[in-house]
Design a protein around this ligand. Structure first.
Ligand code: ZN
Length: 540
């Protein structure tokens, strides 16, 4: 599934009205100047394994100042952009003040005053972020500007991870598009050297939230998510998901009502056919915290959360508090299946000996954030456990869409990541085969290399022209987002709608298929089809 910015998030004009939105504007004051500001900057900088990697040791300002001076000399010789030189001048200034005994905040304020007459506090924070970046990486951050209103910035894994890191650090019910957009503009993007001149609009922030998998949920009435009736969701549900499930169901055990109970009916299998057992995966990230009526709900809903929070798993000394009063952050990735409840192996005495569940404690002082690499490793283990628990059966592994999206791999085809022309900084993508649904039949089935002969990444224009599309004069990417329900408003959207870009086999699928099992993704926004989500409804 290829998702882009241009997609609407459905009915999107109802702002979150949770209790948190009222005090959103005050909530960042508590970070300014505290050591947690530095910690937070560090966690954004480290998000997604930024390049270059940070220095192991942070050198003192006297040494750094010498380096800044030599960077300046080089920069002036090479006539680099003024903004770059300005940053070095600011850094030199900052280093000097620090050596004179100024603390971080007063030093940043002092410089802000010298450079700007107004906007002092915001500018001072940018200076501190810049200084922290230099301390960590010993170079000035690269200047990137999102010419498309920030739309493509979210394709940057570092931005995604930093945004997720931030969102996860909030408690349930605190996430609002307003607060999120503000934090992106003032903290996350500047930290990553991605500041936009005008800043992202709140509606873009809301889209980002949705794309990151957050959706607005009212817990009181049970789990519901918007977007059920979006055309592509409907198409997938009715034409792909439901027929597939119907086909698999014939090979699954059925539980039919009889009297006051249910009776197990085994499937009738043909020669060589194996019984299928459905295994649902779900992830939750949560703080132990109170129930709110109206929340922006994390992709991996908090449901299991409550469930597990009250379990006896907190061990002494293991407590890792994120921030005061919020409780630690826990991430659980687990599988449920009908025979054993969860994906486990037990011995003859019924004692559990193997368990596919993985619990991590992410956050700045804990484990790394859960990502597709960890999920893929967990799947290896889960497959082995399944095969041991159910020899002679086929596992039907069912995942949320976000897992599919996340595990497309680093060379996935993503039209919105591409530039118009070949080469340059764009990511190199894997080769593809022009799909049989290509509108120009003469190109169907042809291998299409996504790198030019001299090894450069192929741009949108050539890629489309090789499929027969006439793209002369066509817009490259819509700004700020593509119009809703449009397939050829721009080159990026056009290419993203081609079947090879739309239907890419995820690494998850490949792994599961290669061991003879089945992998299926739930239609988007249909988390209620996943029984693990139902746990939600039973939490008081
Ligand atoms: Zn467009």
């Amino acid at each position: 599934m290829n998702e882009q910015c241009g997609e609407s998030d459905g009915p999107d004009d109802d702002d979150a009205v949770g209790p948190a939105s009222g005090n959103a504007s005050e909530s960042d004051g508590d970070l300014v100047g505290s050591s947690s500001e530095e910690e937070e900057v560090d966690s954004f900088l480290d998000a997604g394994g930024s390049e270059p990697s940070a220095k192991d040791e942070i050198r003192g300002w006297p040494e750094l100042r010498e380096q800044i001076k030599s960077d300046l000399t080089t920069a002036q010789k090479e006539k680099v952009a003024l903004t770059h030189i300005n940053k070095l001048l600011i850094l030199r200034n900052f280093a000097t003040l620090r050596m004179k005994g100024y603390k971080r905040i007063p030093a940043s304020k002092e410089i802000a005053q010298q450079w700007h007459e107004k906007g002092g506090a915001y500018f001072a924070r940018k200076i501190r972020i810049l200084a922290r970046h230099y301390q960590r990486f010993e170079q000035v951050p690269a200047e990137n500007r999102g010419g498309d209103g920030g739309c493509s910035m979210l394709n940057n894994e570092q931005v995604q991870t930093a945004a997720r890191t931030y969102l996860m650090s909030l408690s349930t019910g605190e996430v609002t598009p307003k607060l999120f957009t503000r934090t992106l503009n003032e903290r996350i993007l500047p930290t990553l050297g991605l500041a936009l001149e005008k800043g992202l609009l709140e509606r873009t922030g809301r889209r980002w939230l949705i794309r990151l998998g957050w959706s607005r949920t009212r817990l009181k009435k049970g789990v519901y998510m918007d977007g059920h009736e979006r055309p592509e969701v409907k198409e997938y549900r009715n034409n792909v998901f439901l027929p597939l499930m119907a086909q698999y169901q014939k090979k699954m055990v059925q539980w039919l009502p009889e009297g006051s109970g249910l009776v197990r009916v085994d499937p009738i299998l043909g020669p060589g056919e194996k019984r299928i057992i459905a295994v649902f995966q779900d992830e939750s990230t949560f703080h132990a915290n109170e129930y709110k009526q109206n929340i922006w709900c994390a992709p991996h809903r908090k449901c299991m959360a409550y469930f597990l929070t009250f379990g006896p798993r907190t061990q002494p000394g293991e407590q890792k508090l994120m921030r005061k009063g919020r409780g630690r952050l826990i991430h659980v990735s687990d599988f449920v299946e009908e025979e054993n409840g969860r994906l486990i192996v037990h011995n003859e005495e019924g004692v559990k000996v193997k368990d596919a569940r993985v619990i991590t404690y992410p956050g700045s002082t804990g484990d790394p954030w859960w990502d597709h690499t960890q999920l893929l490793a967990q799947i290896d283990n889960a497959l082995a456990i399944f095969e041991e628990a159910h020899p002679e059966c086929t596992g039907l592994f069912i995942f949320d869409q976000s897992s599919a999206h996340a595990s497309l791999g680093p060379d996935a085809l993503r039209a919105f990541d591409m530039n118009k022309s070949n080469g340059g900084k764009q990511r190199k993508q894997k080769d593809t085969v022009i799909p049989m649904t290509n509108p120009y039949p003469e190109f169907r089935g042809r291998l299409q290399k996504m790198k030019t002969e001299d090894g450069q990444a192929k741009g949108l224009q050539q890629t489309l022209e090789e499929r027969g599309f006439k793209v002369q004069g066509m817009r490259l990417k819509c700004s700020p987002v593509c119009p809703f329900e449009n397939d050829d408003c721009c080159m990026a959207r056009l290419l993203s709608k081609q079947d090879d870009f739309r239907f890419q086999e995820s690494l998850l699928e490949q792994k599961i298929k290669s061991r003879g099992h089945i992998c299926v993704f739930l239609p988007k926004f249909h988390c209620e089809l996943n029984p693990i989500e139902m746990v939600c409804l039973f939490i008081p």
